[in-house]
Design a protein around this ligand. Structure first.
Ligand code: F6R
Length: 236
């Protein structure tokens, strides 16, 4: 794993975007994208750039079950707001959170087919404080493919602040599995802030274990980790 330590999130995000730009210039066509707070600055760089996405395909990691694309808590909405509205792709895939209400298995199977038909050239990831990647929490099998993930009570409670009442909060998500993520030819994972330092240390220097999902990235031959000083602070 190549590790780049940047002074702060802004410079790290610029370096992250430069990797994507270069990869696209060298022929990458299928781009794996993430949500969360980590990639927002990179997406800002992207929207302000002269990069043309109109020949590219994007594939997102995950979506909540039950949220329509116009729900401002959905990942469809997030991607539209942060990237797609200004830089539309030829086609953008995000799991169908509405079809998944009645048919989570069919929705996951559809998504696995999409990934098989559009092998990901370069995948962007954020890192959870417990080492999760996408919604793949500790204990998720390394050979998992797209599946429905039940959200923990804690996550549901934490998310309830964004909704009118707790019953509206999604209880599950459709999420790429770890095997799908590992199938990407190249991976860029970013982590900023001292609350990520422990997960970064375990991911880079700890044993490869399903208890730290991101540790599997040690086995991938083309991964770049971009961190700021704070997130790098526990690396030896
Ligand atoms: C986002 C995702 C999550 C986040 C992770 C870090 O699509 O799948 O795994 O990357 O939870 O979240 P932030 O970036 O908000 O710290």
């Amino acid at each position: 794993m190549k590790v780049i330590i940047s002074s702060d999130k802004t410079s790290g995000s610029k370096k992250g975007f430069a990797i994507f730009k270069n990869s696209i210039a060298n022929g990458s066509k299928v781009i794996g994208l993430a949500t969360g707070s980590t990639p927002v600055t990179l997406y800002q760089e992207w929207t302000e750039s002269n990069l043309d996405n109109s020949n590219l395909i994007s594939i997102n990691l995950d979506e909540y079950v039950g949220l329509t694309p116009d729900n401002d808590q959905s990942y469809h909405y997030f991607m539209q707001k942060n990237l797609f509205a200004k830089k539309p792709f030829k086609h953008s895939y995000i799991p169908d959170g509405i079809k998944a209400i009645k048919d989570p298995e069919g929705t996951a199977a559809d998504y696995n087919k999409i990934i098989a038909e559009n092998p990901i050239d370069i995948q962007l990831l954020g890192l959870g404080q417990n080492g999760h990647i996408a919604f793949n929490e500790p204990g998720t099998p390394f050979d998992s493919v797209t599946h429905e993930v039940q959200l923990t009570e804690n996550t549901i409670k934490a998310n309830s602040r964004f909704f009118n009442n707790i019953d509206e909060v999604p209880k599950s998500a459709i999420c790429m599995g770890i095997a799908n993520i590992m199938s990407a030819k190249e991976i860029v994972i970013m982590a900023f802030g001292d609350n990520k330092a422990e997960a970064v240390q375990k991911m880079v220097e700890g044993p490869v274990t399903e208890e730290v999902p991101a540790s599997i990235l040690q086995k991938h031959e083309n991964v770049t980790l971009i961190v700021d000083q704070a997130a790098a602070s526990k690396l030896s």
